[in-house]
Each structure stands twice: as structure tokens, then as C-alpha cells.
Design a protein around this ligand. Structure first.
Ligand code: ADP
Ligand code: MG
Length: 395
């Protein structure tokens, strides 16, 4: 096993990492860091919660110095929440005082960008807003040294092709390109090959039947799902949990019903105004909200300490999405429980998920209780101590 120092990370970074309780590289970090420092292109796959962010941030920032010449580093993410999170991660390890910024939709940045012109070193952006700013001439990427596509499969295969194409058309062709995800299928690999040069393909395997993450299945019907969910919430009393639904309308409805039932709940989807989205994530991170009901806008990349449970109220269309949703818990070696609620008509999709996982979900019994309300008046007491000490440890 190598240390960060042996992998070529400078002393000043080691000190800030140590303060965050980060001492030894994870597998993906060990496999990537040195190659990224040496300017190799990389296509990498590693399970959720295993430190992919630092695997690219550390070597990238290790190689950068502030200049007034233009943007050297760009990280593209599929969601605003993930862009903000990575921007905050950068802030935590920014020992070279790089000028950084997060650029995403729902906010007006034109003025700041005019002011920052020529002095930005490293940016994190969502594809739509970035492509838009490039067209307006507010951002130039002609001197870009390193490009990262985090959650690369979602960026390249699920809806941002046009934006990415337009961004890459005007970006420096001699750049280094790095692609990361937890689910690297062959279709995405094929596209990733096209935008990289002689890439190193790295894969860290998922541990099968990993006992840190318990994966349960609750058989019910669409009609009784919310009662089945409430039954499981009462039974497990999560410290914090995310409840995933398929559509925005469904999120609205489920949030309303859970609120009526007495749960401490908020919602997140793309029609929630941006200022509110940021406020909700902030108070969720602080533990002020116990339950977050969300669409898949929350399924990628989010790293929120205290999320002990994931509930898939609606089965996702793609098996990969299930992997990302449940990956919001049991991160960085912690434990977590996940529940998937299925109606008889979901059998085919369930089969796909179990095939991708290479394991069967554990059946959990719902006895058909009706009109279930919140019975846990003492707010997640049993986890409180454990999580507190864990957060303290990190300081
Ligand atoms: P991924 O992108 O693989 O899903 P993240 O980069 O979000 O995972 O990291 C998950 C968590 O692990 C974060 O809270 C991060 O601070 C922590 N972490 C990252 N690298 C290390 C390390 N080397 N040692 C301990 N914790 C780490
Ligand atoms: Mg990540």
C-alpha cells in the first residue's frame, strides 16, 4: 500500500487531509493519483462512496498554481447539488489558493464572471449553464489542462450529449481528460474512448454481499406503498434517509402524505426553486431534516454524513440508477440499510437489478398495516451518539 506522499502529493495537501481525518489513500486513489499527476488520461470505475472525488481533485490541484492566464481545470457534473458539493470539497483542500467557482443553472453569474475574467483557475460546472456561458463568450477553455467528467455515464449517455459536444468543440484539444463513475458499462466506455487519448482504464470491483450495506425488498402494491414505507420508517427510525420516487409529481404527493403522517420531511426535485434547493440540502446536511423525498436529482454523487437509510419507493427504470441511489448510504466504510418497494408489475425491473448486483435482495415483511402514522417521537436517538462521534472524528 502506498501513502499519498509516495504517490506524489505535496506536503501542504497532506496536512489539510490529515486535519479531515484522511490519512491513507483508498483503492481508487492509489490507482489514479500518480497517473493523473503524470498527465495520463483515465477512464475509471469504482463503487459509490470510495473516494473518487479526491482521486481526481488531489492530483489535479497538486499540479496547479494560480495564474492570470485562464481556466486550467474544469469538472463537469450532472447536477447542481453535486457541482456545489465538489466546489466545497475544493475549498477544503485549496492550499495553493486557486481561484475557483461553481457555475450552474438557476442563478445569475454573468456579473461575477465578467469580474473574474482571466483569473479563474479551476471551475465546477453543470453542462447546460457552462455551454451557455461559452456561447456568450463569458468562459474560455482554450488553455484548459485537465477536464473531469464526474458521473461520466450520466453526462454522456443520459441527456447532456449536445451540451458536452458544444463544450468540447471549443475546449483545448491538448488537454488531459478524466472520466469517473460507479457504473461504467460498455456503451459509456465506447463514448469515453472518443473524448480521451490513449486512456488508462481502471476498475475497482464492488464487493459482493458486502455486509456493510443491507439490501431489503418490500413486496407491496402501488396503492399501499406509502403505508408500507411508513411502516418501515417506524420500524427502522433512520437518523436521516432519502426516499426516492420516479417523478416530480410523485415526490410532491409523497412529501405531502408523509408530512400529514407526522414525519419531518422536505422534498427535492428540479422544479423546486434553486435558492430553496440549496437551503434544503444545507439543512439536510446539518441533520435538521430527517427525511428527504427526491427524484433522481439526488441519486448521483451526494455525500451526506448521517444518511443511514435509503428507501426506493418507486423502482428505477435503469438498474444502474438503483446502484447510485443506494450508494448515498454506507459511504467510506460506514454501514447503511436500503429498502426497495415493489409492486407485482415491477418484476422485470427487479430482475435487472438483482442481475446487475449479482445477488438477491433480502425479503422484509410488510403485513399490510393501513393508515400508519409516525410513531417515533424521539428523534433518532439511537444513532445520535454514533454519528456525533463520527463527525467529531473527522475534525
Ligand atoms: P465517491 O465519489 O467514490 O462516491 P466520495 O469522493 O464522495 O466518494 O467520498 C466519500 C467519502 O469518503 C467522503 O466523505 C470523503 O471525505 C471520504 N474519503 C475520501 N477519501 C478518503 C480517504 N482516503 N480516507 C478516508 N475517507 C476518505
Ligand atoms: Mg463521486
Amino acid at each position: 500500500m502506498y501513502t499519498f506522499k509516495e504517490l506524489g502529493i505535496k506536503k501542504e495537501f497532506l496536512e489539510v487531509l490529515k486535519k479531515q481525518g484522511i490519512k491513507t489513500p483508498t483503492a481508487i486513489q492509489e490507482m489514479c493519483v500518480e497517473h493523473i499527476i503524470n498527465n495520463k488520461d483515465i477512464i475509471a470505475e469504482a463503487p459509490t462512496g470510495t473516494g473518487k472525488t479526491l482521486a481526481f481533485l488531489l492530483p489535479m490541484m497538486n499540479n496547479m498554481k494560480p495564474t492570470k492566464n485562464g481556466i486550467q481545470g474544469l469538472i463537469i457534473t450532472p447536477t447542481r447539488e453535486l457541482a456545489i458539493q465538489i466546489y466545497e470539497e475544493i475549498g477544503k483542500i485549496n492550499c495553493n489558493n486557486l481561484n475557483t467557482m461553481a457555475i450552474y443553472g438557476g442563478r445569475d453569474y454573468s456579473k461575477q464572471l465578467e469580474d473574474a475574467k482571466g483569473s479563474l483557475d479551476l471551475i465546477v460546472a453543470t453542462p447546460g449553464r457552462l455551454a451557455d456561458f461559452m456561447k456568450k463568450g463569458l468562459i474560455q477553455l482554450n488553455l484548459l489542462k485537465t477536464l473531469v467528467l464526474d458521473e461520466v455515464d450520466q453526462i454522456l449517455l443520459m441527456g447532456f450529449q449536445k451540451e458536452v459536444e458544444s463544450i468540447l468543440k471549443d475546449a483545448n484539444k491538448k488537454r488531459q481528460t478524466l472520466c469517473f463513475t460507479a457504473t461504467l458499462g460498455s456503451p459509456v466506455k465506447k463514448v469515453a474512448y472518443k473524448i480521451t487519448k490513449d486512456p488508462l482504464v481502471i476498475s475497482v470491483a464492488t464487493e459482493k454481499n458486502d455486509d456493510k450495506m443491507k439490501k431489503y425488498l418490500v413486496e407491496t402494491t402501488d396503492r399501499w406503498k406509502v403505508d408500507a414505507l411508513a411502516t418501515m420508517l417506524n420500524k427502522t427510525n433512520p437518523y436521516m434517509a432519502i426516499i426516492f420516487c420516479r417523478t416530480k409529481a410523485r415526490v410532491d404527493k409523497v412529501e405531502g402524505r408523509l408530512e400529514e403522517k407526522g414525519y419531518n420531511v422536505q422534498k427535492l426535485h428540479s422544479d423546486v426553486p434553486q435558492v430553496k434547493r440549496e437551503k434544503i440540502i444545507k439543512s439536510f446536511k446539518k441533520g435538521e431534516i430527517q427525511y428527504l423525498v427526491a427524484t433522481d436529482v439526488a441519486s448521483r454523487g451526494l455525500d451526506i454524513t448521517g444518511v443511514t437509510h435509503i428507501f426506493n419507493l418507486d423502482i428505477p427504470e435503469k438498474a444502474e440508477t438503483y446502484i447510485h441511489r443506494i450508494g448515498r448510504t454506507a459511504r467510506a466504510g460506514e454501514e447503511g440499510e436500503t429498502y426497495l418497494f415493489v409492486d407485482p408489475k415491477d418484476r422485470r425491473l427487479l430482475g435487472n437489478i438483482e442481475e446487475l448486483l449479482g445477488e438477491k435482495l433480502i425479503k422484509e415483511i410488510y403485513d399490510g398495516e393501513k393508515d400508519v402514522i409516525n410513531t417515533n417521537t424521539i428523534y433518532a436517538k439511537k444513532y445520535n451518539k454514533k454519528i456525533k462521534s463520527r463527525t467529531e472524528e473527522r475534525k
